[in-house]
Design a protein around this ligand. Structure first.
Ligand code: PHB
Length: 391
């Protein structure tokens, strides 16, 4: 009898194990659903396209680490319109049951996504939007960022400006969250070192009629101008700055988005512009060289920071899936795997802060022959202060 009971227990246990592993196999046979929320039209269209390219390239290169799981992409165009964010995010979460949702580019869109996705059964990976709140007061276990906080690339430029003996600076940006936070980051360091912001100019997003503001800057004649513009707006701004005769007269500084993915369109107008960013084209490391070559081959154009950030979102997924042997059904385990990852990014090694924001070098770059050349590292392994994050 005793033997019979033991036999039955073993048999039953065997059945449970067999059922469980059949279930795990079935789950593992399902594709991993990756929702993509990026702007494929509008002023940030090129940024969205580069981010998507990078993401796909990483997941293709690392397909062998996904333990047989296929990737299914569900792509949605945000048009960089914050009002579209909640509906799209909700559809990816509730109708498509996306395991990961990658997006967005625009900080206002990020706010709308977070409202819907925070603490839900999906992982949000931000491959660009810098809104400080995403890894600040709104931080959450299921929200990661592979890009930057607005503070990160702007703050170090404050000291660079002081070191260049600039004392009176005009700042200028689009009037929305990311623009304001970029200027604040610069100001924080610049004012702490005795610099003065003599005028702040805010332009409605996504307007690109800059001429009247530039004439005003010309008559103020500051020591330098610090700006945040990106994508199509950055192209127009840099060309107008030159056309109105300010180039060569008043040094133009910015967070590096000003010259990312834009220099061929900006042409000679971009030469000599100095910016700070967590990447530079010519970074001398093996991952970057290979990344740029493969990107050029696959998409027929030069990679930029947006491509890098999308690529790293893909790397982060691949590394976590690999670590979990392909089974991502336990969200806590998945988050833990992602948190503990160090990415070998084209920008150098990236680890994540407690708030899930990258800890990374910030480079001072200068445009030389159309490329962003590294001239210094004003902040190594810079961590965002994550003000207000309670993780
Ligand atoms: C943002 O809205 O957060 C944003 C957009 C474009 C950039 C950087 C930040 O290049």
């Amino acid at each position: 009898m005793e033997n019979y009971n033991k036999f039955m227990r073993t048999l039953l246990a065997g059945t449970v194990v067999a059922t469980l592993s059949a279930q795990a196999l079935a789950d593992n046979a399902e594709p991993i659903k990756v929702g993509v929320m990026l702007p494929f039209s509008g002023i940030y269209a090129a940024l969205g396209d580069a981010g998507r390219n990078g993401l796909k390239m990483a997941l293709k290169e690392h397909a062998g680490e996904l333990h047989g799981r296929q990737i299914e992409f569900i792509e949605m165009d945000t048009e960089a319109k914050p009002e579209r964010a909640p509906e799209i995010a909700s559809s990816l979460l509730n109708q498509h049951h996306a395991n990961f949702i990658i997006g967005p580019v625009h900080s206002g869109v990020a706010m709308g996504m977070i409202k819907v996705l925070k603490d839900q059964d999906t992982i949000m990976i931000i491959p660009n939007a810098g809104a400080n709140a995403a890894t600040g007061p709104l931080c959450a276990p299921n929200i990661f960022r592979t890009s930057f906080s607005m503070w990160q690339p702007s703050y170090p430029m404050g000291q660079v400006a002081l070191d260049s003996a600039y004392k009176r600076v005009v700042t200028m940006s689009w009037n929305y969250g990311a623009g304001r936070e970029s200027l604040e980051g610069f100001e924080e360091a610049f004012k702490a070192g005795g610099g003065e912001i003599i005028k702040q100019i805010m332009v409605p997003f996504p307007k690109t009629e800059f001429q009247s503001y530039l004439s005003e800057i010309g008559s103020i004649n500051p020591d330098a101008v610090f700006v945040f513009f990106a994508g199509g707006g950055a192209v127009k701004f840099v060309k107008d700055y030159d056309a109105l005769g300010l180039k060569g007269k008043i040094p133009l500084l910015g967070s590096g988005f000003l010259t990312e993915g834009t220099t061929s369109a900006q042409g000679p107008s971009a030469e000599g512009i100095r910016t700070t960013l967590h990447y530079a084209d010519g970074l001398d490391n093996e991952v970057n060289t290979k990344f740029r070559q493969n990107y050029q081959q696959m998409f027929g154009k030069e990679a930029d920071i947006y491509a890098v950030q999308g690529y790293d979102a893909g790397l982060l997924i691949a590394k976590a899936v690999d670590q979990l042997g392909g089974d991502i059904s336990d969200q806590a385990a998945l988050i833990q795997a992602m948190e503990s990852t160090t990415l070998l990014s084209p920008r150098g090694e990236v680890s994540f802060s407690k708030a899930h924001n990258p800890i990374q070098n910030i480079y001072l770059r200068e445009v030389v022959d159309g490329a962003n050349k590294v001239i210094d590292v004003p902040a190594a392994k810079l961590e965002d202060p994550a003000r207000g994050c309670k993780l």
